[in-house]
Design a protein around this ligand. Structure first.
Ligand SMILES: *Cc1c(COP(=O)(O)O)cnc(C)c1O
Length: 223
Protein backbone atom coordinates (compact mmCIF):
# COMPACT_ATOMS: atom_id res chain seq x y z
CA UNK A 1 0.00 0.00 0.00
CA UNK A 2 1.30 3.41 -0.95
CA UNK A 3 0.01 5.43 1.99
CA UNK A 4 1.38 8.76 0.82
CA UNK A 5 -0.37 8.36 -2.51
CA UNK A 6 -3.66 7.30 -0.91
CA UNK A 7 -3.47 10.12 1.62
CA UNK A 8 -2.78 12.75 -1.04
CA UNK A 9 -5.59 11.43 -3.26
CA UNK A 10 -8.14 11.56 -0.43
CA UNK A 11 -7.09 15.06 0.69
CA UNK A 12 -7.12 16.36 -2.88
CA UNK A 13 -10.54 14.86 -3.59
CA UNK A 14 -11.95 16.40 -0.41
CA UNK A 15 -10.44 19.79 -1.31
CA UNK A 16 -11.95 19.48 -4.79
CA UNK A 17 -15.41 18.61 -3.47
CA UNK A 18 -15.16 21.53 -1.01
CA UNK A 19 -14.44 23.94 -3.89
CA UNK A 20 -17.27 22.47 -5.95
CA UNK A 21 -19.62 23.11 -3.04
CA UNK A 22 -18.42 26.75 -2.87
CA UNK A 23 -17.30 26.26 0.69
CA UNK A 24 -14.19 27.69 2.38
CA UNK A 25 -10.89 25.88 2.01
CA UNK A 26 -10.26 23.57 5.02
CA UNK A 27 -13.88 23.68 6.18
CA UNK A 28 -14.04 19.87 6.02
CA UNK A 29 -11.93 17.83 8.43
CA UNK A 30 -10.81 14.36 7.43
CA UNK A 31 -10.92 11.58 10.02
CA UNK A 32 -8.76 8.61 9.05
CA UNK A 33 -10.68 5.51 10.17
CA UNK A 34 -8.01 2.95 11.04
CA UNK A 35 -10.30 0.07 12.06
CA UNK A 36 -9.08 -2.18 9.24
CA UNK A 37 -5.43 -2.22 10.36
CA UNK A 38 -3.28 -2.70 13.46
CA UNK A 39 -1.40 0.04 15.31
CA UNK A 40 1.88 -0.27 13.43
CA UNK A 41 0.17 0.08 10.04
CA UNK A 42 -1.96 2.94 11.34
CA UNK A 43 1.26 4.65 12.41
CA UNK A 44 2.62 4.44 8.86
CA UNK A 45 -0.48 6.15 7.51
CA UNK A 46 -0.37 8.82 10.21
CA UNK A 47 3.21 9.72 9.29
CA UNK A 48 1.99 10.83 5.85
CA UNK A 49 0.11 13.73 7.43
CA UNK A 50 -3.03 12.85 9.41
CA UNK A 51 -4.49 14.98 12.24
CA UNK A 52 -7.72 13.13 13.05
CA UNK A 53 -7.99 9.41 13.82
CA UNK A 54 -11.21 7.41 14.25
CA UNK A 55 -12.13 3.95 15.50
CA UNK A 56 -15.58 2.39 15.75
CA UNK A 57 -14.92 -0.04 18.62
CA UNK A 58 -13.76 0.54 22.17
CA UNK A 59 -11.16 -2.25 22.29
CA UNK A 60 -9.59 -1.25 18.98
CA UNK A 61 -9.59 2.40 19.99
CA UNK A 62 -7.71 1.65 23.21
CA UNK A 63 -5.23 -0.55 21.37
CA UNK A 64 -4.39 2.30 18.99
CA UNK A 65 -4.40 4.90 21.74
CA UNK A 66 -1.80 3.00 23.72
CA UNK A 67 0.65 3.11 20.83
CA UNK A 68 -0.20 6.45 19.22
CA UNK A 69 -1.14 8.72 22.13
CA UNK A 70 1.99 10.86 21.63
CA UNK A 71 1.38 11.50 17.93
CA UNK A 72 -0.44 14.80 18.29
CA UNK A 73 -3.74 13.42 17.00
CA UNK A 74 -7.35 14.34 17.65
CA UNK A 75 -9.16 11.17 18.75
CA UNK A 76 -12.65 10.23 17.55
CA UNK A 77 -14.87 7.32 18.59
CA UNK A 78 -17.23 6.99 15.64
CA UNK A 79 -19.13 3.81 16.50
CA UNK A 80 -21.78 2.98 19.08
CA UNK A 81 -20.74 2.78 22.72
CA UNK A 82 -22.26 0.45 25.31
CA UNK A 83 -23.03 2.10 28.62
CA UNK A 84 -20.91 -0.34 30.60
CA UNK A 85 -17.83 0.62 28.54
CA UNK A 86 -18.17 4.39 28.95
CA UNK A 87 -15.87 4.48 31.97
CA UNK A 88 -13.08 2.66 30.10
CA UNK A 89 -12.81 5.10 27.26
CA UNK A 90 -14.61 8.38 27.72
CA UNK A 91 -11.70 10.41 29.07
CA UNK A 92 -9.44 9.50 26.13
CA UNK A 93 -11.84 10.91 23.57
CA UNK A 94 -11.82 14.30 21.94
CA UNK A 95 -14.99 13.61 19.94
CA UNK A 96 -17.73 11.00 20.25
CA UNK A 97 -19.86 10.66 17.13
CA UNK A 98 -22.54 8.18 18.17
CA UNK A 99 -24.51 9.58 21.08
CA UNK A 100 -27.77 7.68 20.49
CA UNK A 101 -29.69 7.59 23.78
CA UNK A 102 -30.41 9.72 26.83
CA UNK A 103 -29.24 6.88 29.08
CA UNK A 104 -25.87 6.90 27.37
CA UNK A 105 -25.64 10.68 27.85
CA UNK A 106 -26.39 10.23 31.54
CA UNK A 107 -23.57 7.70 31.89
CA UNK A 108 -21.14 10.01 30.06
CA UNK A 109 -22.10 12.86 32.38
CA UNK A 110 -21.34 10.59 35.34
CA UNK A 111 -17.97 9.28 34.13
CA UNK A 112 -16.33 12.12 32.23
CA UNK A 113 -13.67 14.28 33.90
CA UNK A 114 -13.75 16.86 31.12
CA UNK A 115 -16.27 18.11 28.59
CA UNK A 116 -16.61 15.68 25.68
CA UNK A 117 -17.52 17.00 22.25
CA UNK A 118 -20.41 14.81 21.10
CA UNK A 119 -22.49 14.38 17.97
CA UNK A 120 -26.09 13.31 18.32
CA UNK A 121 -26.51 10.39 15.94
CA UNK A 122 -29.71 10.77 13.98
CA UNK A 123 -31.41 8.04 11.98
CA UNK A 124 -32.57 10.12 9.03
CA UNK A 125 -32.98 7.12 6.74
CA UNK A 126 -35.19 5.40 9.34
CA UNK A 127 -33.53 2.05 8.70
CA UNK A 128 -34.42 -0.49 11.33
CA UNK A 129 -30.81 -1.66 11.61
CA UNK A 130 -29.37 1.79 12.27
CA UNK A 131 -28.59 3.39 15.61
CA UNK A 132 -29.52 6.93 16.42
CA UNK A 133 -32.40 9.13 17.45
CA UNK A 134 -35.39 9.46 15.19
CA UNK A 135 -35.87 13.09 14.18
CA UNK A 136 -38.97 13.38 16.37
CA UNK A 137 -37.01 12.22 19.45
CA UNK A 138 -34.39 14.94 19.24
CA UNK A 139 -36.24 17.67 21.12
CA UNK A 140 -36.60 15.40 24.12
CA UNK A 141 -32.92 14.46 24.00
CA UNK A 142 -31.94 18.12 23.97
CA UNK A 143 -34.13 18.82 26.94
CA UNK A 144 -32.40 16.08 28.94
CA UNK A 145 -28.84 16.85 27.83
CA UNK A 146 -28.92 20.63 28.19
CA UNK A 147 -28.21 20.27 31.92
CA UNK A 148 -25.16 18.03 31.39
CA UNK A 149 -21.99 20.09 31.67
CA UNK A 150 -19.72 17.21 30.60
CA UNK A 151 -21.37 17.04 27.17
CA UNK A 152 -21.05 19.58 24.41
CA UNK A 153 -23.33 18.81 21.47
CA UNK A 154 -21.16 20.01 18.61
CA UNK A 155 -23.37 18.63 15.86
CA UNK A 156 -25.25 15.79 14.20
CA UNK A 157 -23.92 12.54 12.80
CA UNK A 158 -25.75 10.40 10.27
CA UNK A 159 -25.12 7.47 7.97
CA UNK A 160 -26.74 6.77 4.64
CA UNK A 161 -27.86 3.24 3.71
CA UNK A 162 -25.02 1.15 2.34
CA UNK A 163 -26.66 0.88 -1.08
CA UNK A 164 -28.13 4.39 -1.35
CA UNK A 165 -28.25 5.93 -4.82
CA UNK A 166 -27.40 9.54 -5.59
CA UNK A 167 -30.98 10.72 -5.10
CA UNK A 168 -31.28 9.06 -1.68
CA UNK A 169 -27.91 10.45 -0.60
CA UNK A 170 -28.99 13.98 -1.55
CA UNK A 171 -32.23 13.54 0.34
CA UNK A 172 -30.68 12.16 3.53
CA UNK A 173 -27.72 14.54 3.67
CA UNK A 174 -29.81 17.63 2.91
CA UNK A 175 -32.31 16.69 5.63
CA UNK A 176 -29.47 16.29 8.15
CA UNK A 177 -28.03 19.66 7.09
CA UNK A 178 -31.39 21.43 7.50
CA UNK A 179 -31.88 19.89 10.93
CA UNK A 180 -28.35 20.87 12.03
CA UNK A 181 -28.95 24.47 10.97
CA UNK A 182 -32.25 24.53 12.81
CA UNK A 183 -30.68 23.17 16.02
CA UNK A 184 -27.79 25.64 15.83
CA UNK A 185 -30.33 28.48 16.00
CA UNK A 186 -31.61 27.33 19.39
CA UNK A 187 -28.65 29.04 21.01
CA UNK A 188 -28.31 26.62 23.94
CA UNK A 189 -25.02 27.09 25.81
CA UNK A 190 -23.60 23.54 25.61
CA UNK A 191 -25.13 22.85 22.19
CA UNK A 192 -23.53 24.87 19.40
CA UNK A 193 -24.57 22.30 16.74
CA UNK A 194 -22.14 23.82 14.26
CA UNK A 195 -20.81 20.50 12.89
CA UNK A 196 -22.04 17.70 10.66
CA UNK A 197 -20.36 14.28 10.72
CA UNK A 198 -21.34 12.51 7.52
CA UNK A 199 -19.69 10.94 4.51
CA UNK A 200 -17.56 7.79 4.24
CA UNK A 201 -15.31 6.51 1.41
CA UNK A 202 -18.27 5.87 -0.87
CA UNK A 203 -20.31 9.01 -0.31
CA UNK A 204 -18.15 11.82 1.08
CA UNK A 205 -18.44 13.96 -2.05
CA UNK A 206 -22.23 14.13 -1.74
CA UNK A 207 -21.92 14.73 2.02
CA UNK A 208 -19.57 17.69 1.45
CA UNK A 209 -22.02 19.18 -1.04
CA UNK A 210 -24.57 19.12 1.78
CA UNK A 211 -22.47 20.80 4.42
CA UNK A 212 -20.54 17.98 6.10
CA UNK A 213 -17.68 19.29 8.28
CA UNK A 214 -16.21 15.91 9.33
CA UNK A 215 -15.87 13.05 6.86
CA UNK A 216 -15.00 9.60 8.25
CA UNK A 217 -12.83 7.79 5.72
CA UNK A 218 -11.39 4.30 6.01
CA UNK A 219 -11.31 2.18 2.87
CA UNK A 220 -9.90 4.89 0.61
CA UNK A 221 -6.72 5.07 2.73
CA UNK A 222 -6.13 1.32 2.71
CA UNK A 223 -6.52 0.17 -0.87
C1 LIG B 1 -15.97 2.05 9.10
C2 LIG B 1 -16.68 3.30 9.33
C3 LIG B 1 -16.46 4.42 8.50
C4 LIG B 1 -15.51 4.40 7.32
O1 LIG B 1 -16.05 3.65 6.28
P1 LIG B 1 -15.30 3.44 4.88
O2 LIG B 1 -16.39 3.07 3.96
O3 LIG B 1 -14.29 2.37 5.09
O4 LIG B 1 -14.68 4.75 4.52
C5 LIG B 1 -17.16 5.57 8.79
N1 LIG B 1 -18.04 5.65 9.82
C6 LIG B 1 -18.26 4.59 10.64
C7 LIG B 1 -19.24 4.74 11.76
C8 LIG B 1 -17.59 3.39 10.42
O5 LIG B 1 -17.84 2.34 11.23
Amino acid sequence: MDFQKNRDEVFQAVAHATREAHRPHNSVKIIAVTKYVDSSIAKELIKTGIDHIGENRVDKFLEKYEVLADENLTWHLIGSLQRRKVKDIINYLDYFHALDSIKLATEIQKRANKTIKCFLQVNISREESKHGFMVEEIRQAIKAIRNYDKIELVGLMTMAPFDADKKQLDEIFSKAHALQKELSQLGIANMPFTELSMGMSGDYKEAILHGSTFVRIGTAFFK
